[in-house]
Design a protein around this ligand. Sequence first.
Ligand code: CU
Length: 143
Amino acid sequence: MSSASTKSSLPLKLIAAAGIVFVGALVGGLLAQQYFLQVIPKAEITLFATEKNQNDKPYGYNGTNSAFTVRTGTLVQVTLFNTGVVMHDFVIDDLAVHLLPDVEPSHSGTVTFLASRAGTYTYFCSIPGHKELGMQGQLTILG
Ligand SMILES: [Cu+2]
């Protein structure tokens, strides 16, 4: 009786130990994820690309576009809603940021990047002619 219970309890102990290790790894992973989610600051930027500036976060041809400021080390997520009638995109040459593919009218696109270097950068639409028409703005990364 006692030997039978010893034999059957060994696998159970192993299963229990494996379960504890698994739950420990799971909890550890979740805690690590929470830690990094809290440590890396995030900034969400929303732009409405149009051929005119007709709303409060414009990205249009006439050059009166929004300026944004974030701190170095911020994870920046730019969402571009194309409310215009032709394709638009979002580029920051100096930071190698390029929202791809180009955003079709009535669609949106998102690009995420780390604000790695302090400075003032020009963001613009790289569709030929759009930047020259004023489809550009500034992103400042504070040190
Ligand atoms: Cu454009």
